[in-house]
Design a binder for this molecule. Structure first.
Ligand code: UDP
Ligand code: MG
Length: 316
């Protein structure tokens, strides 16, 4: 089937996942061979420093069901996934998962069945998360804040693990956003979407490849790309400050005329100066987050750079 088009493509970004590759590939092969569908796999190496790149290239040269894309450096999970979506050819859709086996590839049949019922996006909803407690809490709170403030109704506790129909992949490929929050973009596109619950497994081997910094960046992309709330909030805060200062001013004037006693505290003054200094800096920071995104977007750089690709067993 190497040159005829597959119905479904797996798309899996990988960063230093050497220790998971063996098990991942075995399980993928099992899924492919036990399914009636024509399936291929797009593995994106996001600039790994371990032996992943050699292993992946050898695999793609020997088994043409596996296509491998090597990015020029570490671009981050969202951009690696973007690169994968751009080359995946599955005519019916793609199945996106992580490479650490937290998202079981065997669930394809369940997701595909929902797709066949007429859903363009079938996303996974984590019932339980086997993760350290602070990370579970951070995710829990983040998704609930995002739900409150985002312009699109991004489903709670769902990540990128999903089956996406060809037409939705097509739209995603047309979206030039450089600061990508794919689960949000996927929701924004619309069509019929549905969640399927699953127990998120523990990472099979190795440590998380999402550093704290990368995770914060992802969260900020979620908030600043899908919400104008931070800006509105600053405006409200400004309004509140003006209103309270007016009240204060009036009360001082009344005191002056009727009680003839104006006691002004130096500490109170200092407190107010520091408070509003802080609020102003935070406000500039919030503005900056939006401006930064405009700045980077306006450069119009490509979202990812492919160093080498092996498609259908051939080096491109
Ligand atoms: N990943 C990637 N680039 C990165 C970080 C992660 O391609 O810069 C991949 C990683 O190899 C994995 C997936 O993205 O297949 C999810 O990452 P990870 O499991 O480390 O995140 P977590 O599950 O801890 O949130
Ligand atoms: Mg993981």
């Amino acid at each position: 089937m190497s040159n005829s088009l597959p119905q479904v493509s797996f798309v899996i970004p990988l960063y230093n996942e050497e220790s998971n590759l063996g098990a991942l590939v075995d399980r993928l092969i099992q899924v492919i061979e036990s399914s009636d569908l024509a399936i291929d796999v797009v593995l994106i190496d996001d600039g790994s420093q371990d032996r992943s790149r050699e292993i992946l290239q050898a695999l793609a040269l020997q088994d043409s069901r596996f296509h491998v894309i090597l990015l020029s450096k570490n671009h981050g999970h969202q951009l690696a996934l973007t690169a994968g979506l751009s080359v995946a050819r599955g005519t019916e859709g793609v199945f996106v998962l992580d490479g650490d086996l937290q998202d079981p590839p065997e669930l394809l049949a369940t997701f595909y069945a929902k797709f066949k019922e007429g859903y363009d996006v079938v996303y996974a909803v984590r019932e339980k998360r086997k993760e350290v407690f602070y990370k579970r809490w951070a995710y829990f709170i983040f998704y609930r804040i995002l739900k409150k403030i985002a312009n699109v109704d991004i489903p709670l506790d769902s990540g990128d693990f999903s089956f996406i129909s060809r037409r939705v992949v097509h739209v995603l490929n047309q979206m030039p956003e450089e600061s990508r929050f794919i689960r949000g973009m996927r929701t924004w596109i619309g069509f019929k979407q549905i969640g399927i619950s699953y127990d998120r497994q523990e990472r099979a081997s190795g440590d998380s490849k999402y550093s704290f910094g990368k995770l914060v960046q992802l969260a900020l992309n979620g908030i600043f790309n899908f919400s104008e709330f931070p800006i509105k909030f600053v405006t409200m805060l400004g309004g509140f400050a003006i209103f309270s200062s007016m009240i204060y001013f009036i009360s001082v004037v009344i005191k002056k005329f009727f009680v003839d006693e104006v006691i002004e505290g130096f500490t109170a003054l200092l407190f107010v100066i520091i408070l509003f200094g802080g609020i102003q800096l935070a406000a500039i920071g919030i503005l900056g987050e939006y401006i930064l995104r405009i700045f980077f977007q306006s450069k119009n750089r490509p979202n990812f750079i492919i160093e080498k690709q092996i498609l259908n067993g051939e080096i491109k």
